[in-house]
Design a protein around this ligand. Sequence first.
Ligand code: CP
Length: 311
Amino acid sequence: MALKGRDIVSIRDLSTDEISEILDHARKMIPVAEGKKPSDALEGRVVATAFFEPSTRTRLSFEAAVQRLGGRCLTIADIGVTSMRKGESLYDTVRMLSSYSDAIVLRHPNEGAARLAADASDRPVINAGDGANQHPTQALLDLMAMQEAFGTLSGLKVVLLGDLKYGRTVHSLSLALAQFGSEMILSAPKALALPEDLRGELDALGAKISEEPELKRAVRDADVVYVTRIQKERFPDEGEYRSVAGSYRVDASVLEGAKPQLIVLHPLPRAGEVDPEIDRTPHAAYFRQAFLAVPVRMALLSSILPPGSGG
Ligand code: CP
């Protein structure tokens, strides 16, 4: 695979074949991710995880992936402990990190931060979320969760529910689903609709998209319901957030009449959009989805930093 040394800033950076290869590789990594099989695929490698926004899953699953593969991490989990607090730019910070590590995993609140970091860095940069823009590695694990459940991505009916405006995970995932020929049903409050430029890009790709704001109707024939949290932190003002807060929730009544094999996915964290009563049903696939972050990120890192490549 030609991923050696590459930046992954957007899901657009990966072709359909490359995504399929990463998912195949990730499946083989599951026993390593579970700690049942050793691997030294990243022995001697140092990966910097620089997170300037809160994270549980993305940072820790990247770090678990590196450590299970015999590598080491340099971690920034809080901007307050860095010299950015003294006014150092992101550009200079990333230049430093690139001289201390073999690859950088970056999360930042600003759209475009990962592209800037890739320009600043001599080492590969992986975007772990830049504002409301992109979260490409989340899309990979979302695809893996769907493929694991259904054996295919082609022809799946996927409801994208919730904050389609600010939700970076759906921005990456929708582009990937379009590549694989899945059907998308957009279900969102009007104020949280998919950005027009992205909708235009999906239409130009020939994506099969419909809209169904009424949740029960959207779910009726679906294979997957991909639920998102309203991204409160991205709203320009509190009033705008309050006007949509609590406007949707997946609970048992929503799933009455759904296909028995329907799965509910969520990038997590959840904040009330999925009733915990769903956790006990066969529809709940979001915790498995979160685990799949580890093999997916193992596959990606070991392809970007293959043994003997010297970084
Ligand atoms: N899915 C996801 O990005 O979760 P975290 O914000 O916890 O990393």
